[in-house]
Design a protein around this ligand. Structure first.
Ligand code: ZN
Length: 365
């Protein structure tokens, strides 16, 4: 093999190597030139062994130089290909560590829960305790003890969902004195029609002074329409002590209204009737949307109906064993849906119970 042949061989090797780098794989070129059995370089070295004695030294040196050249360039090319592949991979799997993380999608509280929590917070700040009671009640706690004896017309006014099974027993019986009336065998059980039954249970178990609010679900035999549902929520309030007056009632409710609906809120008390309070009143709040000037929300009246209240009837104190000569008190019941409707200007109470996310997502924390 003469030097010109080696120069040609080197040129074609370089060309093949460039193509192999572009293709991202130098192994075929390595096999072709350095293959142990049949490689171009291997054959070259074999040729040296069979060459005439006087040419061996020179050809051997040239062949070894070429072998070294090929080995170095193949190794270099393999490194270039490996780095290019690495770059391509890191480009594909690139992570931008400066990007903000992805937050998990959080749910949020139902608008009725938001309103109830807010109401609870307001009354808690005023020193009220939050208490609860059973949704399955007996007639005595729901009607009799609240000055609605069996023949009382107010009892017919309540469209009650009575239950077939008897009261679940002693589990809910308060620790206080238990009037004989409460042990009557003919007492029917029912889903409570108002949270006022919680007042009775609490008074049976505690002595005055009392300052509680009692939120909870109540049930009536109502058809579903824009303003009625068979189940809704109330928050009952009760204050009992010595010399508790109507002025205290007005002050308490005004403080609540101003906290809930704005500092400019005013209240209007209209005489009303409830069997368990005397005197009784329906309370309107000045429309917070128009400040009393009259708008669509308040139907041009400037006022919105919000709750019922009154001074606790002496018969209620007698039912729970309080001395009506010594103690006075006031109570109110407010619909939580009613507050939510007024606060969020929702015109259909059913929206609160349909669990349509498009509706629920409109209420911020
Ligand atoms: Zn208005």
């Amino acid at each position: 093999m003469n030097p010109v042949t080696l120069v040609d061989l080197r040129a074609s090797f370089e060309e093949e190597l460039r193509a192999a780098i572009a293709a991202g794989n130098v192994q075929p070129v390595r096999d072709r030139y350095l293959g142990r059995k049949d490689g171009v370089v291997t054959r070259l070295l074999k040729d040296v062994a069979s060459a005439p004695q006087e040419e061996r030294r020179e050809r051997g040196a040239a062949a070894n130089d070429f072998k070294k050249y090929v080995e170095e360039h193949v190794a270099e090319a393999a490194e270039v290909v490996r780095e290019a592949a690495q770059r391509a991979l890191s480009q594909r799997e690139r992570v931008d560590v400066t990007l903000p993380g992805r937050l998990p999608a959080l749910g949020h509280r139902h608008p009725l829960t938001l309103v109830r929590d807010r109401m609870e917070a307001i009354f808690t700040r005023m020193g009220f305790a939050i208490v609860e009671g059973p949704e399955v009640e007996d007639e005595w706690h729901c009607f009799d003890a609240l000055n609605m004896p069996a023949e009382h017309p107010a009892r017919d006014m309540q469209d009650t969902l009575y239950l077939a099974s008897p009261m679940p027993g002693e589990a809910w019986t308060p620790a206080g004195p238990r009037p004989d009336d409460e042990r009557r065998a003919d007492l029917r059980t029912m889903l409570r029609t108002h949270t006022s039954s919680i007042q009775i249970r609490y008074m049976q178990a505690h002595k005055p002074p009392i300052r509680i609010v009692a939120p909870g679900r109540v049930y009536r035999r109502d058809d579903l329409d824009l303003t009625h549902t068979p189940m809704f929520s109330q928050m009952e309030g009760l204050v009992v002590g010595e010399a508790v007056s109507l002025t205290d009632l007005k002050g308490t409710l005004l403080a609540f209204a101003r906290d809930m609906f704005g500092a400019k809120s005013r209240l209007r008390f209209r005489p009303s009737f409830f069997p368990y309070t005397e005197p009784s009143a329906e309370v309107d709040i000045s429309c917070w949307a128009c400040d009393g000037a009259g708008c669509q929300m308040c139907k041009r009246s400037g006022w919105l109906e919000i709750l019922g209240c009154g001074m606790v009837h002496p018969a209620v104190f007698e039912a729970v064993g309080y001395d009506p000569e010594r103690y006075t008190g006031f109570a109110w019941g407010i619909g939580i849906e009613r507050v939510a409707i007024l606060r969020y200007q929702v015109d259909d109470i059913r929206l609160f119970f349909e669990n349509d996310l498009r509706f629920l997502e409109q209420f911020p924390y």
